[in-house]
Design a protein. Structure first.
Length: 404
C-alpha cells in the first residue's frame, strides 16, 4: 500500500509503530498566541517551511498566519500550492522566497510562485534583480548583523566567516534602490525578551538609516515567545515601536513556535539488554527520524510510556518516584550513537512497551531519512474534532524510489 493519504481510522486501527502523531488542538493553541502577537504589534507571521512543512495540517494554521516563507524552490512551490494562491485564487496569503543561493535554471520558476524574493547576497541580487523586476516581484536582501542569540555554533548565522547575508553597511546602502526590504534572522531558541530587545537595539544603532529607507523588515524566527512565562505584550510593544519608528511592515517567521509541543514520535520497544546499565531498542532511529537532536547532541523528551490511546500526556520522567537504574534508549540503526537519551524510568522497559518522544514536529519531520532502510514513520493527525487521520504511510516502494 503505497502513498496512502487521508485515510480515516480509529484508535484500534492505528498504523504499526513508528509513527509521527500531530495534534491539531496543540497547533491551534500556538496559532492563537501568534495571532495575538500580530494583533497587538501589527506584525505579519509567515510559517517557516524549513522547520515544518507537513501540509496535512495547514488548514488549521491558515486562518492565523499571513503566509509562508521558504529556503528552496521546492519549499516556495509547496507554500504556494498548499498555503498560498495556488490553493485558492482568492487567497491573500503571501509566499516569500529565500535561498542561500539560487541557480539560473530555477529562478524563473521560483519567481512564478513568489510574492517577495529575498536574496542572500548582493552578488545574487545583481544577477537576478532584473528578472524579478520584469515579473513585478518585490526584492529583499538578507542582512547579517554579525550578532546573534544562539547557543549552538552550528545554527549561529553570525558565526565566523558566515555566508548568511550581507554585513557591510556601505555595500547594502549602495543597493537600496534595488530592494524594498531586508530579512534578518539571528535568533535560535531565544526565550529572553531582553536579549531579543537588546539585539534589535544593536541592529537599529548600526543600520537605522538603512531601515528607514525600506518598506518591510523580516526579523525571522527563533523567538520562543509561546513559552507560558514569555512577556508577549512587551514583545508586541517593542515590535510595534520598531515598525512605527522606521515606517516598515514587520514580518516574523515562526517555525518551532508554530508547532512546539504538537508532535510526537510513537515507537515500540523491540529488545532490552543490560551492559552496566539498562538498555532498550525501539523501532525508530534518532538519526533517521529525529536527526536534529543528534546534530545538537540533545536527548529526546519522553512524552509518555505505555499509553494505549493516542491521547498522550506529558510525563516528567526525571521526577518520577521509585526510580530504578537509568535506562538508555537506542534506535534500531547500526549507528553506535543512535541514542534517544538516558532516562530515569519508574519501571524497567519490556518488549512491546510503547514510548512516545515529544517535540517531534519542528526540524524533525522535514529531516527524516531512509538511513539503514529503517521503516519510515507514518504520519498520523488527531483532528480538532478528535478524529484520527492516517495521513500517509510509507513502504518498500517509497524506500526504493528514494534511491532510484
Amino acid at each position: 500500500m503505497n502513498a496512502k493519504t487521508s485515510l480515516k481510522t480509529t484508535k484500534s486501527s492505528l498504523p504499526p509503530t513508528p509513527y509521527y502523531l500531530l495534534d491539531e488542538a496543540a497547533i491551534v493553541a500556538n496559532m492563537q498566541i501568534i495571532a495575538r502577537l500580530c494583533e497587538l504589534s501589527g506584525a505579519k507571521a509567515l510559517l517557516a517551511l524549513k522547520c515544518f512543512a507537513t501540509w496535512g495540517v495547514f488548514d488549521v494554521m491558515q486562518p492565523y498566519l499571513h503566509g509562508t516563507t521558504s529556503s528552496s524552490l521546492n519549499e516556495v512551490r509547496l507554500g504556494y500550492e498548499t498555503f498560498g494562491k495556488g490553493k485558492d485564487s482568492d487567497n491573500e496569503k503571501e509566499t516569500h522566497a529565500y535561498s542561500v543561493a539560487y541557480s539560473t535554471d530555477e529562478i524563473d520558476e521560483v519567481l512564478s510562485y513568489a510574492d517577495k524574493i529575498i536574496f542572500n547576497s548582493i552578488s545574487q541580487l545583481n544577477v537576478f534583480k532584473e528578472q524579478a523586476a520584469e515579473k513585478g516581484i518585490p526584492v529583499g536582501l538578507r542582512l547579517n548583523p554579525k550578532t546573534s542569540n544562539s547557543s549552538f555554533i552550528i545554527a549561529d548565522p553570525a558565526r565566523p566567516f558566515s555566508r548568511l547575508g550581507e554585513h557591510d553597511k556601505d555595500k547594502i546602502a549602495a543597493v537600496l534602490s534595488d530592494i524594498t526590504g531586508v530579512m534578518i534572522h539571528n535568533n535560535c531558541e531565544n526565550d529572553s525578551f531582553e536579549a531579543f530587545s537588546d539585539s534589535l537595539a544593536d541592529i537599529e544603532a548600526r543600520f537605522g538609516d538603512v531601515l528607514a529607507q525600506l518598506e518591510w523588515v523580516s526579523l525571522g524566527g527563533g523567538i520562543h515567545f509561546i513559552a507560558p512565562d514569555y512577556p508577549l505584550e512587551k514583545l508586541a510593544t517593542r515590535l510595534k515601536a520598531f515598525s512605527e519608528k522606521y515606517e516598515v511592515q514587520v514580518y516574523l517567521e515562526p517555525g518551532e513556535a508554530s508547532i512546539h509541543g504538537a508532535g510526537s514520535l510513537v515507537t515500540s520497544v523491540l529488545d532490552t539488554m543490560h551492559n552496566e546499565k539498562n538498555l532498550a531498542v525501539v523501532d525508530a532511529s534518532i538519526e533517521a527520524h529525529m536527526l536534529d537532536l543528534l546534530i545538537y547532541r540533545e536527548s529526546a523528551p519522553i512524552a509518555a510510556i505505555n499509553k494505549e490511546s493516542i491521547n498522550i500526556l506529558p510525563v516528567d520522567m526525571a521526577k518520577t518516584a521509585d526510580v530504578v537504574d537509568n535506562t538508555i534508549i537506542y534506535g534500531r540503526s547500526c549507528l553506535a550513537g543512535d541514542i534517544f537519551g538516558e532516562y530515569a524510568l519508574p519501571n524497567q522497559l519490556q518488549v512491546g512497551d510503547k514510548i512516545a518522544f515529544g517535540n517531534a514536529a519542528g526540524y524533525t519531520m522535514v529531516k527524516k531519512n531512509w538511513f539503514n532502510g529503517v521503516n519510515m514513520p507514518a504520519i498520523v493527525i488527531r483532528r480538532l474534532d478528535g478524529s484520527i487521520d492516517v495521513q500517509r504511510e510509507f513502504d518498500y516502494q517509497d524506500y526504493k524510489a528514494s534511491l532510484s
